[in-house]
Design a protein around this ligand. Structure first.
Ligand SMILES: *[C@@H]1O[C@H](CO)[C@@H](O)[C@H](O)[C@H]1NC(C)=O
Ligand SMILES: *[C@@H]1O[C@H](CO)[C@@H](O)[C@H](O)[C@H]1NC(C)=O
Ligand SMILES: *[C@@H]1O[C@H](CO)[C@@H](O)[C@H](O)[C@H]1NC(C)=O
Ligand SMILES: *[C@@H]1O[C@H](CO)[C@@H](O)[C@H](O)[C@H]1NC(C)=O
Ligand SMILES: *[C@@H]1O[C@H](CO)[C@@H](O)[C@H](O)[C@H]1NC(C)=O
Ligand SMILES: *[C@@H]1O[C@H](CO)[C@@H](O)[C@H](O)[C@H]1NC(C)=O
Ligand SMILES: *[C@@H]1O[C@H](CO)[C@@H](O)[C@H](O)[C@H]1NC(C)=O
Ligand SMILES: *[C@@H]1O[C@H](CO)[C@@H](O)[C@H](O)[C@H]1NC(C)=O
Ligand SMILES: *[C@@H]1O[C@H](CO)[C@@H](O)[C@H](O)[C@H]1NC(C)=O
Ligand SMILES: *[C@@H]1O[C@H](CO)[C@@H](O)[C@H](O)[C@H]1NC(C)=O
Ligand SMILES: *[C@@H]1O[C@H](CO)[C@@H](O)[C@H](O)[C@H]1NC(C)=O
Length: 456
């Protein structure tokens, strides 16, 4: 466990390696000074996009809008903004759409483009292969002085760069399900987190960004092992220990694919499995897609790593499992039997509780907009941990695809429910959605025009 509240000046560089392993070092290039409380002004906020015309009960509460959080981050940037996104479509024109609901996206594009003239250096990494678009966003940004690299994950790992995160001034971060897409601000349900004023964590995420950046060189190849500057002192075994909202919190950032993780970096899948196996009372999962198989490599393989862990938790430890999976017009009906398989274990009389529901965003009069009106969230909350990630839950996302996750475990005298602690907020979001009119049990699904699983 990493302590962040010591005040030590190391006089003997000889010991600095050992101490690096014990304490994260803030801001000091020589790594000799360990500052009192790395993240004294730390603030963690949950951020969400709720699609337009998705009307919840009046008493429902929400995270800060992603749109607002992004604008705030851009306005506070003074030095450097680094952005990783699978693809870029911040304007309607990018996908040949005429919709005024792209205004927030256009605004973000404009503000990002204005940063270089304020002497803020902006770097962007994105994926090859990527979504098919007619996007001009990156040309526009390049002309304004933004540095762009496309990382050929297809060639490097056979996957894509699917991470979505920002690092601002090596101090603040955004991480979550939202791509740099106008639809992620008004048409797709998204969830993420913004952490302000924590340079130890931002610099840790910076290492992942740099690994993408360097692989964005023409003809790059993945080093094995990665040079030591990509190592991290913050992982599952040594989380960063901080106070967030006056609650003691242990935090670390995970990565995938394995070929991009030095041994010191906790792999995303290992974190997910350990969060599941550490739960004692409940596990609530919200993911866009859930497949205990590979999706993109053929022949498809069965891959029960997460499925087994969930079933084991329910069966062996009587942990109550709830799974909220997204269903939209583009969902693959092949997912249904796997969800039914999980749900069919549910046997309350024997204390086995696995409930599965589908989350459906009403399409309404927005049907013209492709790849929208869907719940894109990827998170999990247990009695001990909040996990927010960027990956669908299927094999490829943990084997070949680049993704990141944030694991936060918080300790209060009682449970953190009802407090501002991230864990409590995330549980409240899950409960809000679980009991909302936008969530359907299989039994009640019938024919639903907005959910492809209902036809299969
Ligand atoms: C970050 O910390 C500074 C003090 O160093 C404080 O003024 C500022 O409000 C904090 N930012 C946020 C977003 O909490
Ligand atoms: C919110 O209001 C609905 C009825 O409109 C009610 O069923 C629900 O229990 C309320 N939720 C909370 C958290 O108060
Ligand atoms: C790109 O533009 C062409 C020509 O207008 C159009 O046919 C095509 O559908 C567009 N592609 C996308 C992904 O929007
Ligand atoms: C886009 O839609 C608006 C109103 O919905 C209309 O006034 C405008 O002419 C349209 N633009 C194009 C290029 O189709
Ligand atoms: C940007 O930096 C240059 C060179 O350091 C300086 O001359 C200029 O005034 C700066 N511009 C702004 C908007 O800060
Ligand atoms: C690309 O890399 C390969 C293998 O590392 C090397 O053989 C080849 O010469 C490189 N091509 C160029 C144009 O640098
Ligand atoms: C923070 O927690 C400590 C003890 O855990 C308590 O004494 C203090 O009043 C709390 N501060 C705030 C601002 O809630
Ligand atoms: C279920 O749990 C309750 C309370 O822990 C216990 O009394 C009961 O025996 C359990 N039932 C079975 C079938 O294990
Ligand atoms: C779409 O429907 C919403 C209400 O559900 C309405 O407020 C909005 O004006 C409609 N938009 C269009 C373009 O018809
Ligand atoms: C997750 O899966 C869906 C369906 O295959 C796909 O459209 C989406 O791009 C995947 N990744 C994301 C963005 O979560
Ligand atoms: C993971 O990727 C490797 C190649 O990188 C492949 O050989 C293996 O079959 C993949 N495993 C799964 C479960 O997809």
């Amino acid at each position: 466990m990493l302590l962040c509240t010591v005040n030590v000046i190391l006089l003997m560089p000889f010991f600095s390696r050992e101490l690096d392993a014990l304490f994260p070092v803030c801001n000091h290039p020589q790594r000799l000074v360990i500052k009192r409380s790395c993240c004294e002004f730390l603030r963690i906020i949950l951020v969400e996009s709720i699609p337009l015309y998705m009307k919840y009960d009046d008493n429902a509460t929400f995270g800060t809008p992603v749109d607002k959080a992004w604008r705030d981050l851009l306005s506070m940037a003074t030095n450097q903004v680094d952005v990783a996104s699978f693809y870029w479509t911040l304007t309607g024109d990018d996908i040949n759409m005429n919709s005024s609901t792209d205004l927030p996206g256009k605004d973000i594009l404009e503000q990002l483009g204005a940063l270089p003239s304020r002497n803020v250096s902006v770097r962007v990494v994105t994926s090859i292969p990527s979504m098919l678009t007619n996007s001009t966003d990156l040309q526009v940004l390049r002309q304004k002085g933004v540095q762009v690299r496309k990382v050929h994950f297809g060639r490097l790992t056979g996957g894509v760069l699917h991470s979505k995160f920002w690092i601002v001034d090596r101090r603040h971060i955004f991480l979550g399900s939202a791509n740099m897409d106008w639809r992620a601000l008004t048409q797709v349900k998204e969830l993420g987190v913004v952490i302000y004023n924590c340079s130890s964590l931002a610099e840790d995420l910076q290492k992942i960004f740099e690994s993408y950046w360097v692989m964005g060189h023409f003809n790059s190849s993945i080093p094995d092992p990665w040079p030591s500057k990509y190592d991290t002192a913050i992982n599952k075994e040594h989380p960063l220990l901080l106070k967030a909202d006056n609650v003691s919190s242990k935090i670390y950032i995970t990565g995938s694919p394995p070929s991009f993780c030095p041994t010191s970096r906790t792999q995303d899948l290992n974190a997910i499995l350990s969060v599941i196996s550490g739960a004692q009372h409940f596990i609530d999962v919200a993911v866009m897609e859930y497949f205990p198989t590979t999706r993109f490599i053929h022949p498809q393989r069965y891959w029960p790593a997460i499925d087994d862990a969930l079933k084991r938790a329910a069966f062996e430890r009587n942990v109550k499992v709830r799974l909220l999976v997204s269903c939209g017009r583009d969902s693959d009906p092949a997912m249904l039997p796997f969800l039914q398989s999980l749900a069919s274990l549910n046997y309350p009389a024997h204390n086995i509780s696995i409930q599965v529901k589908l989350s459906i965003v009403p399409v309404g009069n927005q049907s013209e907009i492709p790849y929208s009106r869907v719940n894109h969230n990827k998170y999990m909350v247990t009695d001990r941990v909040a996990y927010i990630g960027t990956s669908n839950w299927s094999a490829d996302y943990f084997n070949t695809t680049a993704g990141v996750g944030l694991v936060v475990s918080q300790h209060t005298p009682n449970w953190p429910w009802g407090t501002q602690a991230l864990q409590g907020q995330l549980r409240a979001v899950f409960d809000r959605d679980w009991h909302s009119q936008f969530t359907v049990c299989f039994a009640d699904l019938g024919h639903h025009p907005d959910c492809a699983l209902s036809k299969g």
